[in-house]
Design a protein around this ligand. Structure first.
Ligand SMILES: *Cc1c(COP(=O)(O)O)cnc(C)c1O
Length: 427
């Protein structure tokens, strides 16, 4: 029998909630401060509300801030782990989190990890890949590092200017006789052209491993975006939409693959006395899993609050010459993990100048992803890293700026960011 972790509230309340419908069905979120939500929603309807009366500065604002549930709800879970003295190696919190997470995401199986980088390394190992893997230069460096740890050669292909995700035509053009797989990223949680990439993979007999570090909870019209490709890897790092302090997971299509991956993340052990592969230690601890269980109760309201901030930015930044907000790509449910804007030639100052102007006011935006992975010294020597072969990615890296977005971001700060971007040289 599977051990269950006693939840601090009644069991019905501890189940992950469906996103509340427009009728407001479902219990109100304890974290959704109604006054704040109403102010943000009003600002989204009428950007003039945001352009006036920015409040005085209250310390630095970062591009993100980790979302944490009330500590009072975490404390009893810690107490239980203390009393049980099962800290890791697939304890009861781990088992329950795996089950609830798969149900929440709407995927067959997940294998939990201590972080996404280890999970990416294991995912590639599980598929037995060798040779070259076509990947995006427009990502966090862990995407290519995982390939390198696996003895694979990253081959960079250019991205689509609309989504900033791998362009299937560019992928196809980068294929050589040594190519075995594609590793795309759902950048900012915006879905890749999954059909286009699947068609290329089919034509050339390639595997697809999605770095889905940004894509927690994202769905397309037919279900979870994580069902595409052979495997998808999530990150639960503190900076991501859904965090377990540190953590990650591989979404597995069937129980056999999950079983293989579970062995790989535990040193390759198969039973007590047999080791069958070069495994590593990728296990998630009970503490991280307990936090994950608690986070599942709040994630929908956290994403709802991000959605309101996203709408307020879009309304407030509409019509500013030379500035473009990046759109999603048809997700049925987005996660609003980032708010990227492109600072183009028609804008009064260059991207880096805007970044400096905002920083001088204590607003720390991020140039994700600048430089490109292919610009870093350790990858710049690869033939595919040449910027002239990556014109779209290069231009995006030069223009991109990610604005602060997180559930507790105050409307005053959103207003201040909008006002400054609307008038970067004003005072
Ligand atoms: C954050 C991130 C990772 C690494 O995730 P960790 O959990 O920190 O190891 C990998 N790829 C992308 C695209 C990321 O943003």
């Amino acid at each position: 029998m599977r051990a269950r972790v006693k939840q601090p509230k009644d069991p019905a309340d501890s189940r992950p909630r469906r996103r509340r419908g427009p009728d407001g069905a479902g219990p109100p979120s304890p974290l959704l401060d109604d006054a704040l939500a109403e102010r943000l929603a009003a600002a989204a309807r009428d950007p003039a509300l945001l352009r006036t009366d920015p409040a005085p500065r209250t310390g630095p604002v970062y591009v993100t801030q980790p979302f944490l549930p009330p500590f009072a709800e975490f404390a009893p879970m810690l107490r239980e782990i203390w009393d049980r003295k099962v800290l890791t190696n697939g304890g009861p919190c781990h088992a329950e989190f795996e089950e609830r997470l798969a149900a929440y995401l709407g995927v067959p199986h997940v294998a939990l990890f201590n972080n996404a980088t280890t999970a990416l390394v294991v995912a590639l190992r599980a598929l037995g890949l060798t040779g070259e893997v076509v990947t995006t230069p427009y990502s966090f460096v862990a995407t290519s590092h995982a390939l390198t740890w696996g003895g694979l050669t990253p081959v960079f292909a250019d991205i689509d200017p609309r989504t900033l995700n791998l362009d299937p035509a560019a992928v196809e053009a980068a294929i050589t006789p040594r190519t075995r797989a594609i590793m795309p990223v759902h950048c900012y949680g915006h879905p890749c052209d999954v059909e286009g990439l699947a068609a290329v993979a089919r034509r050339h007999g390639l595997r697809i491993v999605y770095d889905a570090a940004h894509a927690f909870g994202v769905r397309d019209a037919a279900g979870s975006i994580l069902r595409h490709g052979d495997l998808s890897v999530l990150s639960f790092h503190a900076t991501k939409v859904f965090n377990t302090f540190e953590g990650g997971a591989i979404v597995c299509p069937d129980a056999r693959r999950k079983d293989q991956i579970d062995k790989l993340k535990n040193f390759g052990h198969d039973g007590e006395t047999s080791v069958i592969d070069v495994g590593l230690n990728g296990k998630m601890s009970e503490f991280n899993a307990a936090l994950g269980l608690l986070q599942l109760r709040y994630i929908d309201s956290a994403i709802d609050r991000r959605a309101v901030i996203d709408a307020a930015y879009r309304a407030g930044l509409a019509g500013i010459a030379g500035l473009a907000c990046l759109d999603g790509s048809g997700e049925a449910r987005a996660n609003f993990s980032y708010f990227p804007v492109l600072v183009g030639p028609g804008y009064p100052v260059a991207r880096d100048a805007l970044w400096e102007i905002l920083k001088a006011e204590g607003i720390h935006t991020r140039r994700y992803f600048h430089p490109l992975i292919s610009d870093h010294p350790m990858y710049a020597g690869l033939p595919s890293a040449d910027r002239s072969r990556l014109p779209v990615a290069s231009q995006a890296a030069d223009r991109i700026l990610c604005l602060p977005i997180y559930p507790d971001l105050e409307p005053e700060v959103v207003a201040r960011v909008i006002a400054r971007i609307a008038d970067p040289l004003g005072r």
